[in-house]
Write a protein of this length. Structure first.
Length: 332
């Protein structure tokens, strides 16, 4: 285990729907004795700010530059040992320079849990002292990136043993691209196989829903969507009553989402559209079913057969503890 006692760490991570991932990393750093100053990876969670950063961050850099300068001013008297950037969608080479000038002794570590096509930060990879990504294809195509899968948070190991079930399968995710069509089709297909599906469909705002309703008509009824992401506690509560987890990956995405690791940690069956999971060390067809979106048939008896315990090594390798070890091992 990497010892971080007394190390001063400036950390940037998402404060939106995935805030609990950053919080789990922050907690692990503190448990190891680090002194952590945490900030949102973006200056605001408002929809307008997110849109500007995603589409125009290089044309309108002042918004994020000013934010980084405020962070620097807030911490001008601290000599950080590390700067950890999780995801870092808004970062540019210039903001990395700002941080290096302000904290010249700090090692900068970048960890990506989004594919580069969604979080365009290719130009900062070589500017960091270490950069890791959960996506094997991005690692293969970008020099300077190392592979590090995502992780589960410890709360998933506390999911109850399944004694009775309310749902055969659950899907929790954001509605984007053509996912509304995929969910509607899968719901009908699974129902025809005698499997009931519970869906928690998240949309960031009413404005986004209206836009999608117009341009993606016919769209999902507003009564079936949520404008607030489900909490970690809410997810655990639903998992307690479910036999399995459904996951739909981005088209052509090779990396695994956190759902894969969370399902295994929670001892729940996992249904995915991502064939790449067969290349991972914890793949077991008795626990994991890979389906084709065009013909999503589950193996007979898959849902009702018992979950086979994963190897003990899984719980260390894909935990927050394992992640922190991999992120900082080269420097200690």
């Amino acid at each position: 285990m990497v010892d971080l006692k007394g190390k001063k760490i400036l950390m940037f991570s998402p404060y939106g729907a995935t805030k609990h991932y950053g919080e789990a990393i922050n907690e692990e750093l503190i448990n190891r004795g680090a002194i952590v100053k945490g900030y949102d990876e973006r200056p605001s969670q408002k929809a307008f700010t997110k849109i500007v950063i995603r589409l125009f961050k290089k044309k309108v850099p002042r918004i994020f530059n000013n934010y980084i300068n405020r962070v620097i001013a807030d911490n001008k008297d601290i000599a950080f040992d590390y700067i950890l950037i999780c995801r870092g969608e808004a970062f540019t080479p210039y903001t990395i320079v700002l941080l290096r000038d302000a904290f010249p002794n700090a090692k900068i570590v970048l960890y990506l849990w989004d594919i580069l096509r969604c979080a365009d930060v290719k130009d900062i990879i070589r500017k960091c002292d270490k950069a890791m990504s959960f996506d094997p294809q991005d690692v293969e195509e970008n020099e300077g990136l190392e592979f590090r899968p995502t992780f589960y948070v410890k709360e998933y190991t506390k999911v109850k043993e399944l004694t009775s079930k309310k749902y055969d399968c659950i899907f929790i995710g954001t509605l984007h691209s053509n996912r509304h069509k995929q969910i509607s089709f899968l719901e009908k297909s699974l129902k025809a196989q005698g499997i009931n599906l519970y869906s928690y469909l998240y949309i960031p705002s009413l404005l986004v829903y209206i836009k999608d309703f117009i341009f993606k008509f016919p769209y999902i009824n507003i009564k079936k969507v949520h404008f607030n992401p489900i909490s970690l506690e809410g997810t655990i509560e639903v998992l307690n009553d479910s036999k399995s987890v459904l996951d739909i990956n981005y088209t052509a995405q090779k990396s695994l989402s956190t759902r894969a690791y969370e399902a295994m940690a929670a001892r729940r069956k996992y249904i995915t559209t991502n064939y790449e999971i067969k290349n991972y060390d914890f793949y077991n067809p008795q626990n994991i079913a890979v389906i084709d979106l065009k013909d999503p048939k589950l193996p007979k008896g898959f849902i009702n057969s018992p979950f086979i315990p994963v190897h003990e090594s899984f719980f260390r390798k894909y935990s927050v503890e394992g992640l922190v070890d991999d992120l900082f091992a080269d420097f200690i």
